[in-house]
Design a protein around this ligand. Structure first.
Ligand SMILES: C[S@@+](CC[C@H](N)C(=O)[O-])C[C@H]1O[C@@H](n2cnc3c(N)ncnc32)[C@H](O)[C@@H]1O
Length: 251
C-alpha cells in the first residue's frame, strides 16, 4: 500500500488541495473526532495568550494573528474572549477562508482574513502582540521556519500559543487511541465527509510529527522564550506557550 503521506517536495500542494476538498465538512469532522472537545481546547489555547498578557498590562486590547486559521475557529474564539482586540486570520486555502468569513459575519465579528503562507507571512516585523495557531504545524513543510516567521511578526515580549495533536504516553491508552485514530477516524472521514484519504493522512501525520518536547526545543531555537506546554485529553493534544525574545535569529 502506498504511504498516505506526501513526499516533502509535494507536501504544500498536497495540503492545499486536501483542505480545499474538506473545507465544507471540516468543522463537523473536528467536532466528531475530538468527541466535542475541540472548542474547549481552543478556548484554553486563546486564554493562554490573553491571560499572560493580562497579567502584564491589564485589559487585552492587542493585535492577534491566527496562523493557518482554516475555518477561523481560533480567531473567532479570540474575538469572543477579547472583544477589544484586532484579530487577523491567515491561511493559504481560499475554501477554508470562505467558511471563516461566513462564520464571522454570522457572529457579527469584525475580523480580518488574509490569504497567505505561514512560511512567508505578509505582515511587517513585530506588528502583533500575540500569535495563535491550531492543528497547523504538522501540515507545514518546515516547522522551524514557521516558528521563526511567527516570531518575526510578533513584538518582543509578545505571546504565542500553539495547539497541536500529540501521541499519548500511557501504553494501554496509546493502543486504544491508535485503534480509534487509525481505524475509526478514516471510516468517519469516509462516511461523513466522503474523504477517507484526508482522514487517513491525519493519523499518519501525527505519527511522524515531533513530540511535545521536540516542539518546545524548536520554539526555543526560533525566537521563543519561557516555553512550556500542557497535555490535554489524555495526552492526545498539547498546547505550547512562549514569549517572543528581544531579537530573533534568522533562519
Ligand atoms: C487542520 S487545519 C487547522 C485550522 C484551524 N487552525 C483550526 O484550529 O481548526 C490546518 C490549516 O492549515 C492551513 N495551512 C497549512 N499549511 C499552511 C501554510 N504554509 N500557510 C498557510 N496555511 C497553511 C491549511 O490550509 C488548513 O486550513
Amino acid at each position: 500500500m502506498s504511504s498516505p503521506l506526501p513526499a516533502p517536495e509535494h507536501k504544500a500542494a498536497f495540503v492545499r488541495e486536501m483542505f480545499g476538498r474538506i473545507a465544507g465538512r471540516y468543522d463537523l469532522m473536528n467536532c466528531l473526532i475530538s468527541l466535542g472537545r475541540d472548542r474547549a481546547w481552543r478556548r484554553y489555547t486563546v486564554a493562554q495568550v490573553m491571560d499572560l498578557r493580562g497579567t502584564d498590562e491589564g485589559s487585552w486590547t492587542g493585535r492577534i494573528l491566527d496562523v493557518a486559521t482554516g475555518t477561523g475557529e481560533l480567531a473567532l474564539e479570540a474575538f469572543r474572549q477579547g472583544r477589544g482586540c484586532q484579530i487577523v486570520g491567515l491561511d493559504f486555502v481560499s475554501e477554508m477562508l470562505v467558511r471563516a468569513r461566513q462564520k464571522a459575519i454570522k457572529e457579527q465579528a469584525r475580523l480580518e482574513w488574509v490569504m497567505g503562507d505561514a512560511l512567508r507571512i505578509p505582515c511587517a516585523d513585530g506588528v502583533f502582540d500575540a500569535v495563535v495557531t491550531g492543528f497547523a504545524l504538522r501540515n507545514v513543510t518546515d516547522i522551524s521556519a514557521a516558528f521563526t516567521e511567527m516570531a518575526r511578526v510578533t513584538r518582543p515580549g509578545g505571546r504565542i500559543a500553539c495547539l497541536e495533536m500529540a501521541r499519548p504516553r500511557l501504553p494501554l491508552f496509546r493502543q486504544l487511541f491508535a485503534w480509534y485514530f487509525y481505524r475509526l477516524v478514516p471510516l468517519l472521514g469516509q462516511w461523513i465527509a466522503g474523504q477517507r484519504s484526508a482522514y487517513t493522512y491525519l493519523p499518519h501525520s501525527v505519527s511522524v510529527f515531533l513530540s511535545p518536547d521536540e516542539i518546545a526545543e524548536v520554539m526555543r531555537q526560533t525566537g521563543w522564550d519561557r516555553v512550556r506546554y500542557r497535555r490535554l485529553m489524555g495526552g492526545t493534544v498539547a498546547v505550547h506557550v512562549g514569549v517572543r525574545v528581544a531579537s530573533v535569529r534568522q533562519v
